[in-house]
Design a protein around this ligand. Structure first.
Ligand code: IMP
Length: 427
């Protein structure tokens, strides 16, 4: 193991540090080969971790992407919300690719189940919000977490008891149908779920105990974050956020690991900024340049296929992510996408009503109406795809990265120069 990887220690968290889609899957995939266990803690099928193995694309929505490493054991933690048929589909894709799931995947008995009616409610809520819609992924995430926090939710452990589960399901559906005025064929869903539950039952366990026992045996754990810091329900651009804690705090409650067990936290940041869905995005490039970055970076959602909004790197947002997550290192991704530009802009502050703001404001009114203060730096023309040595990068590219590091106050120890595993500078 090289020095940078050793520095991460036995329990490392990897979290998105912008608005999601930063490219977490690739670092997780690289590190998964070094860790015994890979665990996911929060979110559900709203996340989409894209990994390229041998040039082949694989998108994991629910299963930790560490599954692609034959030796890694994978955990789906208690903080997740899981649509069981989607999980089964992913398992089947892996099965067909010759990747063994049984004996390697454990599922928390405390995680919450997302049902088809949660998806319906997600759609209805968005429709009712009209122009103020969140632009959700439509995966039922918000309604499922609403049930969880409202103490109506159905946990994985409960579905194993068929009678008790069916009664609770019917009761919930009846209440929700009245509340949101919709109709859903619950009996058909219950019937469909039977097979899925039978298939999953042997994998269900107390995963916080599993992780504690693994720690006691000296096993190493990689924690795979989902979504992104600016989408965190508490720390993100509320209400244009997801319904869980996408920050390191969520990883702790979402697995049951003791906070002091964590030895490092790596934040993933794209060399520019993207966002899908609605909500403030101060450094957005709603113009031809934004479109050309979208095309060059293939910025279309892994989960919904929606075009991602693109913009300059915002150091105010990332500095905030470094603070609320306690990040010990960053992984800058997709720097190669910026090759060919004459000039790059770095967002270093927000101007609002004549005042310069250098810290992330909580008020969306400010974020929607501020102007970004930029620092301009030179671009580079050379193709940098696949470079693995920092000193081989064009000088302008090195300077861009060093400027970002200075503004956000965290070292960029991993720098992605292409989609494949091996296209990464580690320093
Ligand atoms: P939800 O999580 O489907 O409720 O969506 C809430 C907001 O978070 C929407 O703007 C989504 O586009 C965004 N979102 C949720 N998960 C991700 C993700 O993994 N990447 C990027 N955006 C996400």
């Amino acid at each position: 193991m090289n020095k940078t990887l050793q520095h991460l220690g036995p329990v490392c968290a990897v979290v998105g540090s912008q608005w999601g889609d930063e490219g977490k899957g690739k670092l997780v995939d690289i590190l998964a080969g070094e860790y015994d266990i890979v665990a996911r803690a929060t979110g559900g099928a709203n996340a989409g971790h894209t990994i390229y193995v041998g040039g082949k694309k694989f998108v994991a929505h629910l299963i930790p992407s560490g599954m692609l490493h034959p030796k890694a054991r994978c955990v789906m933690g208690n903080g997740m919300v899981v649509h069981l048929p989607t999980l089964i589909e992913e398992m089947e894709v892996l099965d067909k690719a010759g990747i063994k799931v049984d004996g390697r995947l454990v599922i928390s008995d405390r995680l919450h189940i997302t049902f088809d009616y949660h998806k319906l409610i997600d759609g209805l809520q968005e429709k009712r919000k009209g122009k103020n819609k969140v632009g959700t992924t439509g995966r039922g995430i918000g309604p499922c977490y609403t049930d969880k926090i409202g103490r109506f939710g159905i946990q994985m452990g409960e579905v194993l008891d068929e009678k008790r589960f069916a009664a609770h399901y019917r009761e919930n559906l009846e209440r929700l149908q009245k509340m949101y005025r919709f109709k859903h064929d619950g009996e058909a869903e219950l019937k469909e779920l039977k097979k899925a539950i039978k298939r999953l039952a042997p994998l269900v366990t107390d995963t916080s105990l599993y992780l504690a026992q693994a720690l006691a045996k000296g096993k190493t754990i990689l924690l795979e974050g989902a979504n992104g810091t600016m989408l965190d329900i508490d720390h993100g651009t509320y209400p244009y956020v997801t319904s869980s804690n996408a920050t390191v705090g969520g990883i702790i409650t979402g697995t049951g690991l003791p906070p002091m067990a964590l030895t490092s936290a790596v934040g993933i940041v794209k060399a520019y900024t993207t966002r899908v869905g609605s909500g403030p995005f101060p450094s957005e490039l709603d113009n031809a340049l934004g479109e050309s970055i979208r095309q060059a970076g293939g910025e279309f959602g892994a989960t919904t296929g929606r075009p991602r909004r693109c913009g300059w790197f915002d150091t105010v947002a990332v500095k905030y992510a470094v603070r609320v997550n306690g990040l010990t290192a960053l992984n800058l991704t997709k720097v190669d996408v910026l090759s060919g530009l004459d000039m790059l802009k770095i967002g270093v502050g927000y101007m609002y009503k004549g005042e310069l703001l250098k810290e992330m404001p909580s008020d969306r009114e400010i974020l929607e109406n501020c102007t970004v203060v930029y620092r301009e730096v030179s671009g580079w023309k050379e193709d940098i795809t696949g470079i693995t040595d920092f000193t081989k990068l064009p000088k302008a590219c090195q300077k861009y990265i060093e400027a970002l590091e200075k503004y956000v106050g965290c070292p960029m120890r991993f720098i992605g120069t292409g989609p494949n595993r091996e296209q990464m500078i580690v320093r």
